[in-house]
Structure formats: structure tokens, C-alpha cells
Design a protein around this ligand. Structure first.
Ligand SMILES: Nc1ncnc2c1ncn2[C@@H]1O[C@H](COP(=O)(O)OP(=O)(O)OP(=O)(O)O)[C@@H](O)[C@H]1O
Ligand SMILES: [Mg+2]
Length: 219
């Protein structure tokens, strides 16, 4: 999609670094994510950063999918336009949906999500911004991870723990349901896919992070 097509597309969301447009690839609904210019950066450097981040995000989405994580598939990549196009995931953001879900369905969703995060970590990837604003819940109550803009390769327990911690923190701070059963279900799924030994070392780090008080303490 070239710049003109962007101009004719429907703006869905204006993010911190990118604009997202409703788009189409063949008959399929799609989302185009285009990194916008930052005037405070020197022009060439800015273009380089936006190209690199576009390439990295698209590649991380692809890697996560290969690991069996539910993410939108990348349909087009256009680094020279600082954009990529991905499949549209129909559903609602977890942020807007979790509170009204039935408790059983919510617990099931968290176990499955734990499983997915475990698969992602097993593949050596951390999401980096795992919050309820970066999860879409489909009509079948299945979670899809989006926004791999801060994803990285890491096998470090600390980086993995940050993913779990951010997710829990985003739930505790902005949601209104009993979290105990959901967090248990999350851990169950995570342990099942990452394996007991590695999962335990991540939980230890997550408690350390909470204790250090860098973030809110979460039990
Ligand atoms: N594949 C997709 N299918 C459906 N909606 C999507 C998809 N990708 C992104 N969105 C919508 O666009 C919003 C912003 O996407 P994303 O989080 O990737 O951008 P961002 O630039 O990181 O935004 P922010 O800075 O607000 O986090 C999402 O919250 C979601 O509502
Ligand atoms: Mg986001």
C-alpha cells in the first residue's frame, strides 16, 4: 500500500509511534501499521529507526506465530514506507472485555494465555509490553497477542518475568474481577508449556521484581 492508499484508508488508532489503518488484502480485512515521523530526531536517523522497527516487529510477529502463538499473520511488509500489513483479528481488546466475561470463560482464557506466553518464551522471545491493551479476545473467547513493537530475543528469566509481571499489573490496576483463580490458571498454562523448572525460576524473578518495588507489588 502506498502513501496515497494510506490517505484513503480509515484511521483506527493513533499510537505512540505508529498509526493503524483499516485496510484490505484481496478479500481479507487487514490492518496497516505505519510508524510515523518523529520531528525531534535527525531525519536520516529517524528513517533508519522507523525502518528497523518496522522490520523487527513484522519479523517478531512471524517468529511468534511459528512458535504456535496466536498472532495476526503478516501479509505485507513495506519498510520503505515504514509499514507492514497484518490480518485483522475480529474481537475486542482484553482491556475492554475481561470484566464482563463469565468467570469460567475468563479462567479458561487465562490458562490458554499462560500456555501461549510459555510457548513464546520457549522459543526465546519476550513480548516486552504484555498488557490487556495488547491482547485481542476473539468471539470464541481466545486471546491473540498483538503489538510486538518492543519484543526481543531473550532466554533470561528476568525478561520473561517482566512479561508476566506487566500482564498481571495491567489486570490488577485496571480491572475489577477476582484475580486469584485467573492468575492460578495463567501459571498452570505457563508451567505446562515452559516446563516446571524454567517456569519456577521465572516466578522467582517475578516475585523479586515485585519486591524490589520497581513496579507495584503483586502476589
Ligand atoms: N491485527 C489487528 N487486528 C485488529 N485490531 C488491531 C490489530 N493490530 C492492532 N489493532 C488495534 O490497534 C490498536 C493499536 O495497535 P498496536 O498496539 O499494535 O499499536 P501501538 O502503536 O503500539 O499503539 P499504542 O502505542 O497505543 O500501544 C490496538 O489496541 C488494537 O485496537
Ligand atoms: Mg499497543
Amino acid at each position: 500500500m502506498d502513501t496515497n492508499q494510506v490517505a484513503n484508508s480509515l484511521l483506527m488508532h493513533r499510537g505512540a509511534e505508529a498509526d493503524l489503518y483499516l485496510s484490505k488484502v484481496g478479500p481479507w480485512k487487514a490492518v496497516l501499521k505505519k510508524r510515523v515521523e518523529k520531528k525531534y530526531r535527525q531525519k536520516d536517523l529517524d528513517a533508519w529507526i522507523r525502518r528497523e522497527r518496522t522490520l523487527k516487529e513484522a519479523s517478531m510477529l512471524g517468529e511468534a506465530r511459528k512458535a504456535g502463538v496466536r498472532t495476526p499473520s503478516v501479509l505485507k511488509l513495506d519498510p520503505e514506507e515504514f509499514s507492514f500489513t497484518m490480518a485483522l483479528i475480529p474481537g475486542k481488546l482484553a482491556r475492554d472485555n475481561l470484566d464482563t466475561m463469565k468467570p469460567r470463560a475468563r479462567e479458561g482464557l487465562f490458562e490458554d494465555l499462560g500456555h501461549q506466553v510459555g510457548q513464546l518464551h520457549h522459543r526465546g522471545i519476550v513480548h516486552g509490553d504484555l498488557t490487556t491493551s495488547n491482547l485481542i479476545i476473539s468471539e470464541e473467547n481466545i486471546a491473540y497477542m498483538i503489538d510486538f513493537g518492543l519484543a526481543n530475543y531473550s532466554l533470561e528469566a528476568e525478561d520473561r518475568a517482566v512479561d508476566l509481571h506487566l500482564l498481571k499489573r495491567s489486570i490488577v490496576t485496571s480491572h475489577n474481577f477476582g484475580t486469584e483463580k485467573c492468575f492460578k490458571a495463567l501459571s498452570k498454562g505457563y508451567t505446562a508449556s515452559l516446563g516446571e523448572r524454567e517456569a519456577v525460576s521465572v516466578y522467582k524473578k517475578a516475585s523479586e521484581i515485585a519486591r524490589r518495588g520497581r513496579y507495584f507489588a503483586i502476589r
